[in-house]
Write a protein that binds this ligand. Structure first.
Ligand code: DP6
Length: 351
């Protein structure tokens, strides 16, 4: 679909006030999106696992008003920065949701995971808001098939936060045009379109909360650092190549090669931050201590346990369901001591 096809020419019924609800999962990228251009289009394609337990629940109340305004609450506390961000976002999507500026919105949002924990709350957050808007459009008379609803929700979520567009589907999800992935698009995400080997149909993700403080670099700032970055073009080309290789691995079930690509992608993401101007080092000494322990454990046991990182210090440990006990015992006995107060999140990706 093209951008023009998302522009709404539907005539909507007028509703004075109402309420819609949605929930959406977060996701963890295997091939990373890092670098974008206007309007929120990715510099390279990415692929992620949608998580099962890390969710955002959102309730959106709308009330007729002369002017668009938004109040966002996280739990009980009003979030002025988020309110402004959502207001700006709502204005930017008016061509696709024409009634959007005729309401005041009160948005209550609740995450099942700690804020700034390394789980991307903007992904599940914008995913849930986009689903609420689609539900609202339908209340206002727009008729969409399930597939059209998902695509439009993914398209709208992308305009809020790039990685959010991947949260609208379960399992493995691709965002960004790639010559070997049919139907892939920069405008919205699609489910990974090939048969996936059984071992990749259920992947455990244990997140070690190394540092629960605020991220030192927001994703938006980070993406901007890729503009004019000396390694940018090489990085974008490498991500395209890695997606091509990973696509075959996911179909054939080669766990070692999966781990090689996924860990390389995590380190490449951080290498980009470390070599940008200004430079950022988001890993903490404990992040490196965990990676070191993990590599030694793998050398000794040949367990299929691999790490990935987001734009932060926390570590996602990925392992297949059939090695759950070995992997989790190792995590419990050897890695939890590196976390803040022994904190971790047990999650998984499922088809
Ligand atoms: C490191 O989607 O948070 O998690 O589009 O500016 O909202 P914006 O950025 P965001 O970037 C996420 C980057 C990443 C890698 C990934 O999820 O692919």
């Amino acid at each position: 679909m093209t951008e023009r096809e998302f522009i709404s020419n539907h005539s909507y019924v007028d509703i004075e006030r109402g309420e819609v609800k949605a929930k959406c999962s977060s996701n963890i990228a295997l091939v990373k999106y890092w670098g974008k251009y206007t309007p929120q289009l990715p510099a390279n394609p990415s692929i992620s696992y949608t998580l099962t337990n890390s969710l955002t629940h959102t309730v959106l109340e709308f009330k007729k008003s002369d002017k668009l305004s938004v109040d966002v609450y996280l739990g009980d506390s009003k979030q002025d920065k988020f309110s402004q961000r959502i207001e700006k976002y709502f204005l930017s999507i008016k061509p696709y949701v024409p009634f959007i500026d005729r309401y005041h919105y009160t948005i209550h949002t609740q995450n099942s995971f700690p804020h700034s924990s390394g789980i991307a709350s903007s992904a599940s957050g914008f995913g849930a808001v986009a689903l609420c808007l689609l539900e609202m459009s339908e209340l206002f008379g727009e008729k969409l098939t399930n597939e059209q609803r998902r695509i439009k929700a993914s398209f709208l979520a992308r305009l809020g936060s790039g990685s959010a567009c991947r949260s609208l589907y379960k399992g493995l999800v691709v965002w960004g045009e790639h010559s070997e992935i049919p139907q892939s698009s920069d405008l919205y995400a699609i489910p990974f379109p090939f048969e996936v080997s059984t071992v990749f149909k259920e992947m455990q993700d244990t997140v070690l909360l190394i540092d629960e403080g605020r991220k030192e670099v927001s994703s938006t700032v980070g993406h901007r650092l890729m503009e004019g970055h000396f390694y940018a073009e090489a990085r974008f080309a490498e991500a395209r190549k890695n997606l091509s290789v990973l696509s075959k691995i996911l179909q054939t079930g080669d766990l070692e090669s999966f781990g090689r690509i996924v860990e390389h992608e995590a380190l490449a993401l951080h290498a980009m931050m470390m070599t940008s101007t200004p430079a950022f080092i988001l890993m903490k000494p404990t992040t490196l201590a965990v990676i070191d322990k993990l590599w030694k454990f793998r050398e000794e046991t040949h367990a299929h346990l691999y790490f990935t990182l987001d734009a932060g210090a926390n570590i996602h440990l990925l392992y297949p369901e059939r090695e759950k006990d070995t992997a989790f015992n190792f995590i419990k006995d050897e890695l939890l001591k590196y976390t803040k107060n022994g904190n971790f999140i047990l999650d998984k990706a499922l088809f």
